[in-house]
Each structure stands twice: as C-alpha cells, then as structure tokens.
Design a protein. Structure first.
Ligand SMILES: Cc1cc2nc3c(=O)[nH]c(=O)nc-3n(C[C@H](O)[C@H](O)[C@H](O)COP(=O)(O)OP(=O)(O)OC[C@H]3O[C@@H](n4cnc5c(N)ncnc54)[C@H](O)[C@@H]3O)c2cc1C
Length: 301
C-alpha cells in the first residue's frame, strides 16, 4: 500500500508529488499526462511570452524531475476512488486497483467547447480559454467573449477595461441584469449580442472573424483579434463525488490546508473551490495539500 497517491499531473499534482518525494513518502502520481493545461497557451502576433505569467519554470522543473523517476508515476486515467477501512482504493481505467492511506485529487477542469467549424483549427491561435490570463494584453484590440454565465461576464468586464471593443455573445438575461451586466451594457466599447450564437470561426494564420447568427437566423461577420470561449469549467471531480462535499459548481470544497470533508482525501488546484484558475495558485495549492497529507500520515510513519 502507498502512503499517498496523487491523481493528476498538472501544476497542482506535480508540485504535490515533488513535496511528497522530498518528505520521503512512498508516493505515486497517477495521471493521463504530465503538465496538464500548461501545455496550452494563446498565440497571437503581438503577445510576447514574457508578458504572460505562465509559471512554466517551476512546472517544467518538477515535470522533468518526475519524468526521470519512472517508479513514481503511472500514466493512466482514474475512474473512481473508494473508501476502505485503512485507506482508499484508486480504481484505474486499465482495470488495476491501487491502494493508499491518503489521496490528493488534482484533476483540474474540462472546458466546454463551441463545437463549430474553425474552432479546432484556430484553437490557441486567436481563439482561447482563460481571459483571466490574457485580458490585460488586449489594449486597444478587438475582442469577443462567448458564454452565457458569470465566467463570460467577468471575462468581458476585464477585457472591457483595456480593449478597443468587446463583443459578448450569448449572455443569459439573468446575468445581464446584475450590476456588472448593466455596467457592461452601458459601456461605449461593449456590444452585447443577446440570443446570438457563434456558427463558425474564420481566419488565416490566426482567427480573424466570427460568423454569428441572431435569434431570427440572420448571419453576420464580426472582426476580432482575439476570442475567449468562457462557457463553463466542469471540474473533474466525479471520481470522489460520493465521498466528499462538492460546491454547487461541482468543485471539491477544501479548507485553507487543502483538506476535504473526508479525512485522508485532499484536493488542490482548479478542481477545488480555490480562488482563481492560475498556474501559480495551483502550484501553491499542491504544496499545501502535500504538506497536509504529510501531517495526516505522520502519526503512523
Ligand atoms: C488555454 C489556457 C491558457 C492558460 N494560460 C494560463 C496562463 O498563461 N497563466 C496561468 O497562470 N494560467 C493559465 N491557465 C490556467 C492554468 O493552466 C490552470 O489554472 C492550471 O493548469 C491548473 O492546474 P491544475 O493542476 O489544477 O489542473 P490541470 O492543469 O488541468 O491538470 C489536471 C491534470 O489531471 C489529469 N487528469 C484529469 N482527469 C484525470 C483522471 N480521471 N485520471 C487521471 N488524471 C486525470 C490531467 O491529465 C492533468 O494532468 C490557462 C488555461 C487554459 C485552458
């Protein structure tokens, strides 16, 4: 039986694993990949890498350390985690069962996609998720945000503080009626396209135009220099949904030390109700969860 299994190899899981190794825990990282979402980033001709806080130095350092330690990782998908008397069973998709006295969930989120022609072709080349990471770079640029809820509203509001123009496509009435929604509707550099849908993304090297359809089915083209798809983030928390408390968005509820409602299960990064989906936040959360797991395990070490 392992002392600790960490599920997820993004910034949160990698950091937790390196801490666990330093603490001499008998630990295993199980993940579909190493690096998680740090493998993706928005490319646009005017964006220089140094302008974005990507946290890659630390993540890549931990990643290469783990690539070298092949006994400490298993590249596989986890389906479910079950409680047993003296710990937990981690059931993998390949059919193997792993056992540990404590588990850290660091499985991130899944983005909802547009599912329209051109999305795949231009993804990360003018079309992206995470306005939170890139909005400040859109000074005097034309941007668009696609989404119906709070995430889209917040993203549009941040872009509107610097951009020349922001189109918001698909926001729900209830969201438009909030204080921020009303402020955006009144802003000179914002156009709210209520009831519209994106039907295609067009461009050459980068996405340059969105084809949108109004509620009557009429189509028009919008010129954009950057589009953010901010529809929703679905947390990959199903594997522990029956064991720990989730919030209304399906995120794992954690305390400031990364502890969930069930002792022995900890969580870190985007899959939790932590504030802000950012690499360095996930790194910090991963460190805290590993140290908390160590405290949990210490009496029996
Ligand atoms: C396009 C894009 C650009 C971004 N740009 C920036 C940026 O510039 N700066 C910044 O700070 N943040 C940026 N972010 C946000 C940042 O990438 C995330 O906040 C961060 O990666 C979260 O880390 P994490 O470890 O919690 O989750 P993730 O990075 O999502 O990692 C989750 C890990 O869990 C694994 N996993 C998931 N389900 C399972 C399963 N069932 N079994 C096994 N393994 C599983 C995945 O394979 C992955 O390894 C960006 C996000 C996106 C989408």
């Amino acid at each position: 039986m392992y002392d600790l299994i960490i599920v997820g190899g993004g910034p949160a899981g990698l950091t937790a694993m390196i801490y666990a190794i330093r603490k001499r825990l008998n630990a295993l990282l199980v993940s579909k990949d190493l690096g998680g979402k740090t493998q993706y980033h928005l490319e646009l001709p005017w964006i220089e890498d140094y302008q974005v806080i990507r946290g890659l130095e630390i993540v890549n350092k931990f990643k290469s350390e783990l690539e070298y330690l092949d006994f400490a990782r298993q590249m596989e998908s986890v389906d479910v985690i079950e409680k047993r008397l003296d710990g937990f069973i981690v059931r993998t998709r390949g059919g193997g069962d792993l056992e540990a006295r404590a588990v850290i969930i660091a499985t991130g989120t899944k983005q909802k996609r547009l599912d329209v022609p051109g999305e795949r072709e231009f993804m990360m080349r003018g079309l992206c998720y995470s306005a939170l990471s890139y909005a400040p770079l859109f000074i005097d640029r034309k941007a668009a945000v696609v989404g119906d809820g709070e995430l889209a509203l917040r993203s549009a509001a941040e872009l509107a503080t610097v951009a020349k123009h922001v189109h918001i496509i698909g926001l729900k009435k209830a969201v438009l009626n909030t204080a921020l929604g009303k402020k955006l509707q009144a802003a000179k550099n914002v156009t709210v396209l209520e009831g519209y849908q994106v039907v295609e993304v067009l461009g050459n090297k980068f996405a340059e135009k969105l084809v949108v359809k109004d509620p009557k089915g009429q189509q028009e083209e919008l010129e954009v220099e950057g589009t953010f798809v901010e529809m929703s983030l679905a947390p990959n928390s199903q594997m522990v949904a029956k064991l720990v408390t989730l919030d209304e968005l399906g995120r794992i509820k954690v305390d400031p030390q990364g502890r969930t409602s069930l002792p022995g299960i900890l969580a870190a990064g985007d899959v939790t109700d932590t504030f802000a989906e950012q690499v360095l936040v996930a790194v910090g959360d991963g460190a805290k969860a590993a140290l908390s797991a160590y405290d949990y395990l210490l009496p029996a070490l």
